[in-house]
Design a protein around this ligand. Structure first.
Ligand code: FAD
Length: 484
């Protein structure tokens, strides 16, 4: 079979591209190296849908951020993704920093960001009572929002699948050969042929680019570490609280999450492509900077630390273009922050580039454009009772911290992209996201997953391939030498 389009990578950019392409009568294939979608940078970031005042005016980043943020609101509504427009503040701690707020304000106006204004420190503290007394002024942006980035990408990927897109997991692209007008794509799951290719491989986009062309940009991966705080700290910030950005990025923020927790981070340290370790020094820095904005934040209430890797390059802007001299091959590289915010607009730009490469894109009839999730704890008592009568599995709470029922776990397992790990379940329905981080419900989720997938509990993974929970080995039981 010859696919019309092959998308390499299923982070938020690959997922948004697949979602956009799924509106058209096209055969679309998505090739993802990992065993689940959105398992790279998309699952480890600040989860902010930025208003759009950070990027320099007249850049693709500025245009796509502002457009993407608008589209995100609509997509989250249609696909039932947790999204909250909570607004954001950028803080100035001295009069010297006020010109930097003004510069951001001017950027925002030039970029077409609605509802932004510079306010005094007292006005900011009225909005955010736990804010430092040292704050002298702030830039307020009403349109900034928070989202669940996993669910956002998953929802778009699932909708693409429901509308006919094929996603092949565990399919790492290892080589690409041009055969006449077609691309022959070699992967760890086989060889696929496509007329057009989109490179959405995140921090690995440089490697994919170099499979078809000479290098035209350098990747400079940069890690960012976080504290995720218990819900007991969730009331300390109602909006996203930034400090003045520096050359390295937007600085350490303190922000609510859509699940009612608080997030503090990130730092910015050069690293390897897949280097998601956290370090004592990095976390100390994050803690210090977080406390600068919100002094009463209690870092002892941390329930998890994590790190994500920015796909920074030697170019200031996103790189979204047809590769020079390679007809039909589109790079979506250097998609650093605000890539999550810009994703749906980036996907539209990719589609317009594909269209210009000569593909026809007639709209599909009967497009299924909505998705509805059952979230037991959000239902009224009478709705809960009705659901349990319909299916008693919704009456068995498996994750006590988050009140997630067996019914929701079964829905996750039977969703359009089948999860194969305990963390895959966590991403889909939040079981294990709470205070105990799966300490209590993990074994029960493992049992349900093994039962439903018809495999041995020994074969169930925590997350990535090779993370077998019960054996602690990196290979399936009985599958050759097992190393710890
Ligand atoms: C610390 C940090 C904070 C951030 N905060 C924000 C924020 O608040 N708001 C915002 O808008 N943006 C933010 N960003 C940026 C945002 O997270 C990224 O722009 C976005 O997630 C990039 O998505 P992606 O799909 O390009 O990359 P990824 O999510 O990394 O996806 C790339 C995919 O390609 C796959 N892949 C790689 N190589 C291959 C191969 N050879 N074959 C097949 N598949 C392959 C990977 O497995 C992966 O799934 C942040 C980033 C970081 C690191």
């Amino acid at each position: 079979m010859v696919y019309d389009v092959a998308v390499i990578g299923c982070g938020v950019i690959g997922a948004a591209t697949a979602y956009e392409l799924s509106h058209f009568k096209l055969n679309v294939l998505v090739l993802e190296a990992e065993n689940d979608v959105a398992d790279g940078t998309t699952k480890a970031n600040s989860a902010i849908i930025h208003a759009g005042y950070d990027p320099e005016p007249n850049t693709e980043m500025a245009r796509l951020n502002v457009e993407g943020s608008k589209l995100a609101k609509d997509i989250c509504k249609k696909l039932d993704v947790p999204y909250k427009q909570c607004g954001s503040l950028v803080l100035a701690f001295s009069d010297d920093e006020i010109p930097r707020l003004k510069k951001l304000y001017d950027n925002g106006v030039a970029n077409g960001v609605p509802d932004i204004r510079v306010i005094t420190g007292d006005e900011a503290r009225k909005m955010e009572p736990y804010l430092s007394k040292e704050v002298v002024a702030a830039l307020y942006a009403l349109s900034a929002a928070i989202v669940n980035p996993w669910d956002y990408a998953l929802a778009m990927a699932e909708t693409a699948v429901v509308n006919g897109v094929e996603i092949k997991l565990r399919s790492k692209v290892t080589a690409i050969k041009k055969q006449g007008d077609l691309f022959e794509i070699h992967t760890t799951s086989g060889v696929y042929t496509a007329k057009l290719v989109v490179n959405a491989a995140g921090v690995h986009a440089g490697e994919i680019h170099e499979m078809v062309a000479a290098p035209s940009f350098e990747m400079h991966p940069t890690s960012g570490q976080y504290y995720l705080m218990d819900r007991s700290e969730g009331g300390l910030a109602g909006s996203v609280i930034f400090q003045c950005p520096t050359k390295e990025g937007k600085g350490v923020l303190v922000a609510p999450t859509v699940h009612g927790n608080l997030i503090v981070g990130p730092d910015a340290v050069p690293c390897g492509e897949d280097d998601v370790k956290t370090t004592a020094d990095g976390l100390d820095y994050v803690a210090r900077m977080g406390k600068k904005s919100v002094p009463s934040v209690d870092l002892r209430a941390s329930i998890r630390n994590f790190a994500g890797v920015r796909a920074n390059t030697n170019k200031d802007d996103f790189i979204i273009e047809v590769v020079d001299g390679v007809h039909g091959f589109v790079d979506a590289a250097g998609i650093k922050s605000p890539g999550l915010s810009a994703a749906p607009a980036i996907a539209k730009k990719i589609c317009s580039l594909l269209l210009a490469e000569g593909i026809e894109m007639p709209f599909k009839d009967n497009y299924k454009g909505t998705r509805k999730m059952k979230r037991f704890k959000q239902l009224s008592d009478s709705e809960k009772q009705a659901l349990i009568r319909e299916n008693p599995a919704y009456g068995r709470v498996i994750c006590r911290c988050e009140t997630i029922t067996e019914g929701e776990i079964l829905d996750a397992i039977r969703s359009p992209i089948t999860p194969c790990s305990v963390d895959g379940i966590k991403r889909r329905c939040n079981a294990g996201m709470g205070r105990c981080q799966g300490g209590f419900c993990g074994p029960r989720v493992l049992d349900i997953l093994a039962r439903e997938l018809g495999v041995s509990p020994l074969d169930i993974l925590q997350d990535k391939d090779g993370t077998f929970i019960l054996t602690g080995q990196t290979k399936k039981a009985g599958e050759g030498t097992a190393d710890v």
